[in-house]
Design a protein. Structure first.
Length: 486
């Protein structure tokens, strides 16, 4: 533990959904859900407006639609999210050489190592300056936690959400943690939390009072020892800037065992996409896909498949993970799922979007089959099964929320597609809400486009952080989460 709150944790607020709202003026202040839109789709991120209706990440999209039928449902645009993430990480790198990214929208920073903070006042000023810089450069908000350890800094940022800053002063850790749920501690998932609850321990105070010996008896030596230290607010883990990772993986533990095979497959596919997101954030690709399944009886199975070459294509990893799932019996229930990639290689541009390119080519061929003929202008007859496939491929070409450009109307985004038509709203991040027009899916004037920057003219931060005004008056906007310390 440090004597000053010089470890910073940044967590961008509802990152994917907030980026979509910033890019689409017509969606600001409205419920937005980003994720898979098919029958097996899962919510990746929901805006705070959607969360107030009960929608949350990892929820099946079908359930989200029942809770928020009027929300905007969009397919993720990872190219935009990676661009914004790079902007944020560059700002963090100006604060310290020790930046530990956890995902596209989350990272730890050692302010002491960068000489940007050495006490509570300078740490708070740096945190406020960072929030102002992020808003100015990206147009988005992030929540900041500052503490003497990584565990407490992460807890602080979570408590500060949305759009807030929280400083945990050294010496106040136990007082702050005491009334919190045991689930706030790292490594305490639903299963461990339920086990502790049955033993009469629901708050962090209960864990501290129980003592180390009792926790070791309940959850084992390694976990019990660590759990007791965390209950006392103790965490000595350093911020690690560079990791020679041998694998990249993500996993989720579920509150209730999953029995529905369709839901299990949907969760595996969602985890595969998250895994690739982390893989790309690290500028790596991998050759072996690994599936982890922990069943209702705590037995854990792993399956792996080695590909012909390294990849960071989400379609390839998702399909490999789905194939691996076919060899696992999940009829008794599943409590944990994980997807990982091993055999890492340096990132290469050639790995990108290999499968996506194939899909686009197939979609184009399908559209050509429907194009008017040169002689009579009538559509070519296509067998019914082939027509259905063409419609599906066309929908993949025009995903909801993705960018398009029309030669006459300019830049816009897809509101939806179907029955041979695509509906587009024409607007830009810095414009007023735009008008909506509908076109044939094979309109020659309409084409997919790259995302526009969220901020039209980004300010010059070449001398930041020294020159940055460190107060809320610097233009970061209001803070719902508040600026407080316990």
């Amino acid at each position: 533990m440090r004597p000053a709150p010089t470890i910073l944790h940044l967590d961008m607020d509802a990152f994917y959904a907030s980026a979509e709202q910033a890019a689409k003026p017509s969606l600001r202040g409205k419920a937005v859900v980003v994720g898979g839109l098919g029958p097996r789709g899962v919510v990746a991120t929901a805006s705070y407006e959607a969360r107030r209706l009960g929608v949350h990440s990892a929820m099946p999209t079908a359930q989200a639609r029942r809770l928020a039928p009027n929300a905007a449902y969009l397919v993720p645009r990872f190219s935009l999210y990676r661009t914004v993430s790079d902007q944020v990480m560059e700002l963090l790198g100006r604060l310290s050489p020790l930046v530990e990214p956890l995902s596209l929208d989350e990272a730890f920073v050692d302010l002491e190592a960068g000489g940007t903070a050495d006490d509570s006042a300078s740490a708070r000023a740096t945190g406020e300056g960072l929030r102002a810089a992020i808003r100015a450069v990206t147009g988005l908000s992030g929540s900041v936690g500052l503490a003497g350890s990584k565990m407490l800094a992460k807890i602080a940022s979570e408590e500060a959400k949305p759009d807030g800053l929280l400083v945990i002063e050294p010496g106040t850790e136990r007082e702050l943690l005491a009334p919190m749920s045991v689930r706030i501690l790292p490594g305490v998932g639903p299963a461990t939390g339920d086990h502790l609850r049955r033993a009469g321990m629901t708050t962090v105070h209960d864990l501290a009072e129980a003592g180390e010996a009792e926790l070791v008896r309940l959850v084992g030596k390694a976990h019990g020892h660590g759990l007791f230290r965390m209950a006392l607010g103790l965490d000595d883990r350093p911020v690690v800037a560079e990791r020679d990772a041998k694998s990249v993986s993500v996993e989720d533990t579920f509150d209730v065992d999953l029995h529905d095979r369709v839901r299990v497959r949907a969760e595996v596919e969602r985890l595969a996409v998250r895994c690739v997101e982390r893989l790309r954030a690290a500028d790596r690709s991998g050759r072996t896909v690994v599936l982890k399944v922990r069943r209702y009886d705590f037995s854990t199975l792993t399956r792996s498949e080695t590909l012909r070459g390294p990849t960071d294509d989400p379609t390839v990893v998702r399909e490999a993970a789905a194939r691996l799932l076919e060899s696992v019996d999940t009829t008794g229930g599943v409590r944990l799922l994980g997807v990982g990639v091993t055999g890492l290689a340096d990132y290469t541009q050639e790995d990108l979007f290999a499968q996506a390119a194939d899909a686009r080519e197939l979609a184009q061929r399908a559209l050509e089959r429907h194009a008017p003929t040169a002689q009579g202008g009538e559509e070519e007859a296509v067998p019914e099964a082939e027509a259905d496939s063409a419609e599906q491929l066309a929908a993949r070409r025009w995903p909801a929320g993705h960018d398009v450009h029309h030669e006459e109307h300019g830049h816009g985004w897809v509101q939806g597609s179907g029955i041979g038509r695509v509906t587009v709203r024409f607007e830009e991040p810095w414009s007023a809400p735009g008008r909506v027009l509908t076109f044939r899916i094979d309109d020659p004037q309409l084409r997919p486009a790259d995302p526009l920057p969220l901020v039209r003219e980004s300010p010059d931060y070449s001398s930041w952080p020294a020159s940055l005004p460190k107060s809320r008056s610097s233009g970061a906007g209001s803070s719902e989460g508040g600026e407080s310390s316990p």
